[in-house]
Ligand binder design. Structure first.
Ligand code: FAD
Ligand code: UDP
Length: 367
C-alpha cells in the first residue's frame, strides 16, 4: 500500500513525487512508456543528448522555480534563437529588428513600425478575435504570410482564423536587434540532458515503467489511498462527454556523418509546402563538438487514439468541453489531476514545476 499512486513520470509527476518522498510519504510512480521523464526525456546518441519528444529549452522568470530545478542540474548559457526558412529566404526569430530589416531592407524601429502600420491600415482590427487577426495586428501582412500562416496551420492543422490569439502572444515582438526567443529572466539547457534531473527527483521513489494506469488499477484497485493523474483527463473519464482534441507530433531522427548540419539548434520551415515544421540539431543545445550530428524533423499531426497527445488545442469548443471534465475532476476527492494533459493546458515546463509544487504543498501540508 502506498499513500499516493502517481500516474505519469513526467515533470509534474516527478516534482510531486520528490516533494512527497522528502516528507516521508510513500509513493509509487507508474508510466506506460519504457522510460521516465515524459516529454522532456533525453537520450544519449553518439555522445549527444537527443530531445526525444521535441526541443526543450528551460526558460522562466520565476526565481523560485529556477532555483528549484538548479538543485538537480547545472544549466548552461544556451539562448534560443531559431532561424526561419521561407523558400530561399532566411529570417531571425522571434520577430525583431533583424527580421524586419531583412524583410523590408529598413534600418530603424520607426521605419519598421511605419511599415506594419501601412500594411494593416485597411484591415481595421481593433480587438483581435483569433490568431490571424492578432498576428496581423502585431506584425503586418508580410511577416504573417511568410513566417506565421504556413507554420501555424501546419502545426495546428487548422486555419489561423480558428485558433486562439494567445498562441501567437507566446512569442516576443521586439523593435530591438535581439534574437532571444524568450523574454524570461532565466534560460538554459541542463548540462547532460533532462533525464538525470528526473532520475534525481525519483531517487527515493518506487518506479514502475511499461505500466498503463487503466490496466494496473483493475489489478490493484487498493494500491494507494490517493492518485495523482497526469495522463489525459478525457481518457480518465472514458471520454464520457466526448474526446478533447490534441495535436500530436512525429519525429524523424537521423544520425548524420557530418559535424554541423544547419549551424543552429532550431530551424523552422515556415512554408506550407515543406511537410515538417522544424528541424532540430540537438548538439547545438550543448555547444557539442562531436564528429557526428543528430537531427530530427518534426511533423505535426492530428491526434488519433493510439498516438501520443502532445498539445491541447485550447479553442472554445475544447475549453468548454474541458470545463465539464474539470467539474467531474473536482468531484473525485481522491484523485488530483495535474500537468499538461491532466489539466488540458498549454503549459511550459516552468509552469508545470510551479503547479506541481503548489499541488504538493496543498496536499502534503494536510497530512
Ligand atoms: P508529460 O511529460 O506528458 O508526462 C505525462 C506522462 O504520463 C507521460 O510520460 C505519459 O506516458 C504518462 N501517461 C499518460 N497516460 C498514462 C497512463 N494511462 N498510464 C501510465 N502513464 C501515463 N516547455 C518548455 O518550457 N520549453 C520548451 O522548449 C518546450 N518545448 C516543447 C516542445 C514540444 C514538442 C512539446 C510537446 C512540449 C514542449 N514543452 C516545452 C512543454 C513541456 O513538454 C511540458 O510542459 C512538460 O513536459 C509537461 O510535463 P507533464 O508531466 O505535465 O506531462
Ligand atoms: N510561430 C510561427 N512561426 C514560427 C514559430 C512560431 O507562426 O516560425 C507561432 C505558431 O503559431 C506557434 C506559436 O508561434 O504555435 C508558438 O510557438 P512556440 O515556438 O512557442 O511553440 P512550441 O515551442 O510550443 O511548439
Amino acid at each position: 500500500m502506498y499513500d499516493y499512486l502517481i500516474v505519469g513520470a513526467g515533470l509534474f509527476g516527478a516534482v510531486f513525487a520528490h516533494e512527497a518522498a522528502a516528507k516521508g510519504v510513500k509513493c509509487l510512480i507508474i508510466d506506460k512508456r519504457p522510460h521516465i521523464g515524459g516529454n522532456i526525456y533525453t537520450e544519449n546518441v553518439e555522445g549527444i543528448n537527443v530531445h526525444k519528444y521535441g526541443a526543450h529549452i528551460f526558460h522562466t522568470s520565476d526565481k523560485e522555480v529556477w532555483d528549484y530545478v538548479n538543485q538537480f542540474a547545472e544549466f548552461n548559457n544556451y539562448v534560443n534563437s531559431p532561424v526561419a526558412v521561407y523558400n530561399d529566404e532566411l529570417y531571425n526569430l522571434p520577430f525583431n529588428m533583424n527580421t524586419f530589416s531583412k524583410m523590408w531592407g529598413i534600418k530603424t524601429p520607426a521605419e519598421a513600425k511605419a511599415k506594419i502600420a501601412e500594411q494593416i491600415a485597411n484591415l481595421n482590427i481593433k480587438d483581435p478575435n483569433n490568431l490571424e487577426e492578432q498576428a496581423l495586428k502585431l506584425v503586418g501582412t508580410d511577416v504573417y504570410e511568410k513566417l506565421i500562416k504556413g507554420y501555424t496551420e501546419k502545426q495546428w492543422g487548422r486555419p489561423c482564423s480558428e485558433l486562439p490569439a494567445f498562441i501567437i502572444k507566446r512569442l516576443p515582438l521586439r523593435f530591438r536587434f535581439d534574437n532571444n526567443y524568450f523574454n524570461d529572466r532565466y534560460q538554459g539547457i541542463p548540462i547532460g540532458g533532462y533525464t538525470p534531473i528526473i532520475e534525481k527527483m525519483l531517487a527515493n521513489v518506487d518506479v514502475k515503467l511499461n505500466t498503463d494506469y487503466f490496466e494496473f488499477v483493475k489489478e490493484y484497485p487498493e494500491i494507494a489511498s490517493k492518485t495523482v493523474f497526469t495522463g489525459a483527463v478525457d481518457e480518465f473519464f472514458g471520454y464520457i462527454f466526448g474526446a478533447l482534441e490534441y495535436r500530436s507530433v512525429r519525429f524523424e531522427t537521423e544520425i548524420l556523418d557530418e559535424e554541423n548540419y544547419q549551424g543552429n539548434a532550431v530551424v523552422n520551415y515556415t512554408h506550407r509546402d515543406v511537410p515538417y515544421t522544424r528541424i532540430i540539431e540537438h548538439k547545438h543545445f550543448e555547444f557539442g563538438e562531436q564528429p557526428k550530428t543528430v537531427i530530427s524533423r518534426e511533423y505535426s499531426a492530428e491526434w488519433k487514439p493510439g498516438a501520443e497527445p502532445y498539445y491541447p488545442v485550447n479553442n472554445e469548443r475544447n475549453n468548454s468541453l474541458y470545463r465539464k471534465y474539470e467539474g467531474l475532476s473536482a468531484e473525485r476527492k481522491n484523485v488530483i489531476f495535474g500537468g499538461r494533459l491532466g489539466t488540458y493546458k498549454y503549459y511550459d515546463m516552468d509552469k508545470v514545476v510551479r503547479a506541481a509544487l503548489e499541488t504538493a504543498s496543498k496536499e502534503l501540508g494536510k497530512m
